[in-house]
Design a protein around this ligand. Sequence first.
Ligand code: COA
Length: 475
Amino acid sequence: MQNGAPGVPFFIKFCTMNKSASDFYSQHFEVAGFIREVFGYMDRFKGQLFILKIDDSLMDHPLFPVLMRDIALLHKAGIRIIIVPGTRKSIDAQLKAWEIESKFHDGVRLTSEEALPLIEQASLGVAQRIMSHLTASGLSGIQGNWVLARSLGVIDGVDYMRTGRIERIQRDILDQLLNEKFVPIIPPIGWNKLGHAYNISSTELATEICKYMKVGKLFFIGNENGIKLKGLVTGKNTKYLEPTESGVISALDVDQAKELLELNSDILNFAQMDYLMNAIHACEAGANRVHLLSGEFQGSVLQEVFSARGDGTMVYANQYSSIRPANIEDIPANIEDIPDILRIMQDYIAKGYLVPRTQESISEKLKDYVVYSIDNSIHGCGALHAFEDGMAEIAGIAVGANYRKSGIGDAIVRHLISIGRMKGYKKLFLLTTQALDWFYPFGFEDGTVEDLPKSKRDNYNQKRNSRILVLPLEK
Ligand SMILES: CC(C)(COP(=O)(O)OP(=O)(O)OC[C@H]1O[C@@H](n2cnc3c(N)ncnc32)[C@H](O)[C@@H]1OP(=O)(O)O)[C@@H](O)C(=O)NCCC(=O)NCCS
């Protein structure tokens, strides 16, 4: 979310923006839809572990306390949280204050003996500030040395001195702390068995945790608001990526992330490359989803977690959105989908766009329905009902109010048309009062009652006077 003054609740803004009664009611529907969506996600994420790597460049931003408060809300919703502070800015400032030059090789800091105590001080200082904010939001943060590390050594003749690599993460202790509702804050410092400290990378640390613990989501929260599609070279796997309204790639799978990295090494900036590389590693190590998002926008984390429409970029390890039939082979059919189908249709039935349906009427024809799900939540539906004379009807196309204009309706109709072809129907038809123009681009043409199969013709509701569209499938 890119709008809103700090602290103004999203739904109050929503309700007070417009004045006309119909706008007011439609906003109520949208708010109700939004709240339902939040509850759906809350249920799913309860008990899951989220790792949040938060850049210290955000700490002086006016919205930082709001970000911390949003994290406290996640925790209150039952999500287990570990925070890894990004410390680059504070370390650079600390070294500069002591007139020590910050040196990097391939993006990795070279840590001299004299720099190490300053780096430790800066890193622990950042963790301490995060802990203060968490305390102010009612959470118990806790810092500790739970990372075993060893020297990175000398690579290709470059001595990394006191820069370390992660050897092991003390998972048992972290599990125990999480069970006791603490929020562990792990600064990027690791210790070897002799107690010698090493400077490690925060990004690597956040990613490495995914190897040791079952992680639902990993967040990289900084100043970067997702990856913009424009200007990037795309290939076989990425040519159909759709940007959001703000131009950001909202979701891509691991193969697509690899392809973008490969084709755009000269175009992506360091933070984006670093994110994509680590997102791929984290997914391969077991994380489900890895998000890149900006902490500079009001509610960005909540939006990303509790809706499928955040403005960040997400790399995902498994299936993210799909069309699937609403029924499964088991008997009874998947009746769990019916409340969702009814919920999506309900607003449009109330407005007269769709003919009324009931639990029973959907249940009777459930095998005809398909649903479109994102992250296992249903956001669109449609049906293909068989009729005599080789004809079938496309019906009940509906997309949840918060998900319109995302290509979901388009995907459902194309899917139903392809099912129609597969099943060998000669002609598809549909009845609509409000979406005439929307259906023409699929190839539908104006028809009359005479074009309908007899059983449909006999039941045609003259009073409703729906327009009839037909799509011949025969060549
Ligand atoms: C019609 C509907 C299914 C489209 O779903 P969707 O996922 O928003 O559609 P898409 O994202 O594929 O397409 C969006 C485009 O269609 C346009 N569009 C949406 N509804 C439209 C309508 N009723 N008439 C004409 N164009 C429409 C949008 O303005 C948008 O245009 P843009 O891309 O130029 O911005 C959805 O708006 C809906 O559920 N409507 C209410 C129920 C309904 O009328 N169903 C059809 C009767 S069977």
